[in-house]
Design a protein around this ligand. Structure first.
Ligand code: ADP
Ligand code: MG
Length: 254
């Protein structure tokens, strides 16, 4: 059975149908890419699932519970995590302090009575940093890290809420190709190990075709195709949306 089931989901801004009634499912342990040209409605879709935006219509079922109408924080508590850019004010804190803060805010209800909460969470924070390959840099200030390492820490922070579904809107934005591949390889590993479901957007088709288990394609708010990376790569409708007639992903990547 699928973890997430989106049905008839829609949102308009004024006269613009940003997302115009889309259906898709996502399973535990699956890495699903949501692709489409700029303005296709990808971010709007993410924000309806995580509760930043309220859907005009349709449903977002997580384990048979409809998330539409819940607040972002309630949706987070139900196991829907997302990657955030680390805020400016936290850059002076160390890597591990950032992860500890994420752990503390998630478990605050349970541990608020314990003065030693921060110390207690250090072990868990280190374990998360270990999983993203950043344990050896735990005590450095974030501001000293390479950009791609900051992205790894952001992933650890997202994992601190113990998501069953993780939403990643353009996680590799601003990264060089080799770094994009490294971050997605890491994400793929976590998907398999933790059996979390991941929905992500990504501009590089090489990355999408290399790492996604399945791909769904949005254009002007509508879902125009879904399938395996191989099926999407050769789908004429998808190629037309991206390149007009004639060109293919092969031409584009060459
Ligand atoms: P994508 O992430 O695929 O680039 P978006 O979901 O950001 O696309 O945007 C889809 C459409 O909705 C675009 O036409 C965009 O201009 C419009 N849109 C998105 N957010 C808003 C908003 N808050 N107010 C008005 N229009 C918006
Ligand atoms: Mg977007």
């Amino acid at each position: 059975m699928s973890l997430l089931s989106v049905q008839g989901l829609g949102k308009s801004f004024g006269g613009v149908h940003a997302v115009d009634g889309i259906d898709f499912t996502l399973h535990r342990g699956e890495l699903l890419a949501l692709i489409g040209p700029n303005g296709a409605g990808k971010s709007t879709t993410f924000n309806m699932i995580n509760g930043q935006l309220r859907a005009d219509r349709g449903s977002v079922m997580l384990d048979n519970q409809n998330l539409v109408g819940l607040h972002a924080r309630q949706i987070c508590r139900k196991g829907v995590g997302r990657t955030f850019q680390i805020a400016e004010t936290f850059l002076s804190l160390s890597v591990i302090e950032n992860v500890q803060m994420a752990l503390l805010s998630h478990t605050r209800n349970i541990f608020s009575f314990f003065k030693s909460a921060a110390a207690f969470q250090r072990k868990e924070a280190l374990e998360l940093l270990h999983q993203v390959g950043m344990a050896d840099q735990a005590d450095r200030p974030i501001s000293e890290l390479a950009y791609s390492d900051v992205k790894r820490v952001e992933l650890a922070i997202a994992l601190a809420t113990q998501p069953t579904l993780l939403l990643m809107d353009e996680p590799t934005a601003g990264m060089a190709p080799a770094e994009r591949n490294a971050l997605m390889a890491l994400t793929k590993k976590l998907v398999v190990e933790r059996q979390v479901a991941v929905l992500f957007t990504e501009h590089s088709m090489d990355v999408v075709f290399a790492y996604a288990d399945r791909v769904i394609v949005l254009a002007r708010g509508r879902l125009i195709a879904q399938g395996s990376p191989e099926e999407i790569r050769v789908n004429p409708e998808v190629q037309r949306v991206y390149f007009g007639s004639g060109a293919t992903f092969e031409d584009f990547n060459a």
